[in-house]
Design a protein around this ligand. Structure first.
Ligand code: GLU
Length: 274
């Protein structure tokens, strides 16, 4: 049993991260496995080395430990390019130059995670890619190329059981995901996370319920690339008294601020309800 905590070093860790990390290590312990730390710094514009260092400090302070070396996604960019090349060779990618505003202006439906890409650029051949274009997966084509049912097992408390993915619903509610980001061509989360999970032999993915729908897309990538589908455990999210997700609140909830105020790791466990 191998699981992972995969923060992106785009800011200080807050209470929501502490809850997630503590849950990852708890599940690993309960199942007699190991928890890895992975630094998901795909987004080279927003990730910073000082935030990465702070992740190590905060997690050690919480009493967590992990095997070395830690995988840092940005050290492996060629691996993500190789996956993109494989998908491109199967005719499953197309270049996209649409901005968020273009997508909304094109009358996008609201799907599971915001506006569903309306397919404006889907007809464009890859040879037509311009510098700075994103690359999207043609989801309907990809699904047509998969000849087994798409499913995953959830072991978390929120939706336990086996979940069959309905391809038509996925196309309608999710839309063609970006696999290479626009601008400087960073790998997108929906490419990097399932790739790294497969490469590292992750058997159980423990992460927040905000990524529930991301899992549906990751199962598609796994089927396309012949990667195994791990079990999933989506945990609930820590909210403040008004019901707002902590990730959306300000730095007042940064673990480092609590440390500076003299709180102990035990206090943090209590604060997040563990
Ligand atoms: N890097 C992602 C985040 O910080 C983690 C996603 C995952 O665990 O798959 O939200």
């Amino acid at each position: 049993m191998l699981t992972r905590f995969a923060p992106s070093p785009t800011g200080p860790l807050h209470l929501g991260h502490a809850y997630s990390a503590l849950t990852v290590w708890r599940v690993a312990q309960e199942l007699g496995g190991t928890a890895l730390l992975r630094i998901e710094d795909f987004d080279t514009q927003r990730c910073r080395p000082e935030y990465e260092r702070a992740i190590y400090d905060d997690l050690r302070w919480l009493g967590l430990d992990w095997p070395a070396p830690v995988r840092r996604s940005s050290d492996h960019l060629a691996e993500y390019d190789a996956v993109l090349d494989a998908l491109a060779a199967r005719g499953l990618l197309y270049p996209c130059s649409c901005s968020r505003r273009d997508i909304v202006a094109a009358g996008a439906e609201v799907g599971w995670d915001g506006p569903v890409y309306p397919g404006t650029c889907r007809h464009r051949p890859l040879e037509d890619a311009r510098p700075g274009d994103a690359l999207r997966l043609d989801l309907a084509r990809a699904l047509a190329a998969i000849d087994r049912p798409l499913a995953f097992t959830e072991i978390g408390p929120l939706h336990p059981g086996t979940h069959l993915i309905d391809p038509a619903e996925l196309v309608a509610r999710s839309g063609d995901p970006v696999l290479r980001r626009s601008g400087n061509g960073d790998p997108a989360y929906h490419l990097g996370a399932p790739h790294d999970d497969a490469l590292q032999g992750i058997t159980h993915v423990v992460r927040g319920a905000d990524l529930w729908r991301a899992t549906f897309l990751h199962v598609v990538l796994q089927a396309l690339m012949g990667w195994p589908t791990p079990s999933y455990h989506h945990h609930d999210l820590i909210r403040d008294a008004s019901g707002k997700r902590l990730a959306k609140i300000n730095a007042a909830t940064a673990l480092a601020s609590y440390r500076a105020e003299g709180l102990t790791p035990t206090d943090i466990r209590k604060l997040v309800g563990l």
